[in-house]
Design a protein around this ligand. Structure first.
Ligand code: ZN
Length: 336
């Protein structure tokens, strides 16, 4: 069976999202290219449906250099048993499969950022076509959407689950309940530099529950970050009443990004000498990094100071930094 649903979309699915049972399959779209004249692109998908509980969409691999999400969701798709499900779980572990194959943030096909391509376009580039299909056929069916991210090759995070500040406070509180159930070491009320084109935004605009994560980074995954991701996903499913399993209780530190000055950008190029460990407290005006000139001795390094009191939530990962790169993110620690 291959069902093409979405208006003008050329994306088809080998699974029926509305049928009971456990199905493994693919979303497929035409991709004529130099290596395959009549080729197609295939994205793995798994659906479990049993009973009349709510629908959760679990998504990962939006950026191809972030690994906790894909590893966790491939494992979850294997291990979840239909007999323990009441509701529907749609798992997309490699949303930007071409980027995952090349270990790049952006798609190597059209250079698009998947998480800046929503709501997508059925007549657009490959990434826009995928975004359109996900929005039309999957987000439309979901009550809760979990989108697993990490820092990729260029950032590293103290592991966290996050929601956004929303105008609808009831919606925000419902999202926060799911975030707390996820049980990451940190839980964040988050601010975006630019939320246009994000999956987050289109899900929230539809009044649905959206929780994202930043589980680590540096272009790899650790035992700890994978454990956080695996426990978090199962906890969310159990909390929503979809998975018949005990929640694994975990303590979490509450963080907030109340202002744009949480983002600290690099003022120059050079070698990054970080003065603070990820997750540590920083104080306004104290040094968080020194940037060293790579071409001359005898130069005083440029000191970068904390823009506010808080916790070093994220850092630039590579040893070299350029002017304008995000060097750090500082969040406030707040009571629950
Ligand atoms: Zn990401």
């Amino acid at each position: 069976m291959n069902v093409t649903n979405s208006r003008n979309s050329k994306v088809s699915s080998s699974v029926d999202f509305d049928a009971p049972g456990k199905q493994h399959g693919h979303l497929t779209l035409p991709h004529s290219n130099n290596l395959s004249a009549w080729g197609t692109l295939r994205l793995p998908v798994c659906v479990l449906a049993n009973g009349d509980g709510p629908t959760v969409a679990l998504i990962a691999g939006s950026h191809g250099d972030e690994y906790e999400g894909p590893i966790t969701l491939f494992n979850l798709a294997d291990s979840l048993q239909l007999s323990k499900i009441n509701g529907r779980i749609i798992i997309l572990p490699a949303l930007n499969a071409p980027a995952l194959a090349t270990a790049t943030r952006l798609s190597p096909i059209d250079q698009c950022n998947m998480n800046r391509s929503f709501p997508g376009n059925p007549n657009g580039s490959i990434t826009e076509q995928i975004a359109d299909y996900v929005n039309t056929e999957i987000i439309s069916r979901a009550d809760i959407v979990i989108d697993l991210h990490a820092g990729g090759k260029t950032l590293d995070f103290t592991p966290l689950a996050a929601v956004h500040f929303l105008e609808n406070k009831q919606q925000q509180l419902r999202a926060e309940e799911i975030m707390i159930a996820f049980g990451a070491p940190n839980s964040l009320r988050m601010r975006e530099l630019d939320n246009r084109g994000m999956l987050d935004t289109i899900v929230e605009d539809q009044g649905k529950i959206f929780v994202t994560t930043e589980l680590g980074g540096g272009g790899t995954a650790t035992r700890e970050s994978l454990q956080t991701a695996a426990i978090g996903c199962r906890n969310v499913l159990a909390h929503a009443g979809i998975l018949d399993e005990e929640i694994t209780l975990r303590s979490t530190r509450m963080l907030e990004m109340p202002e744009d000055n949480c983002f600290v950008m690099s003022p120059c190029n050079g070698l990054l000498e970080l003065c603070v460990t990820l997750g540590e407290s920083v104080y306004r005006g104290s040094a968080i990094a020194r940037i060293i000139d790579t071409e001359n001795t005898g130069q005083t390094p440029v000191e970068v100071n904390a823009s506010r009191d808080g916790v070093l939530m994220a850092r630039h990962f590579p040893g070299l930094i350029r002017s304008g790169d995000c060097l750090a993110v500082i969040a406030d620690e707040v009571p629950r």
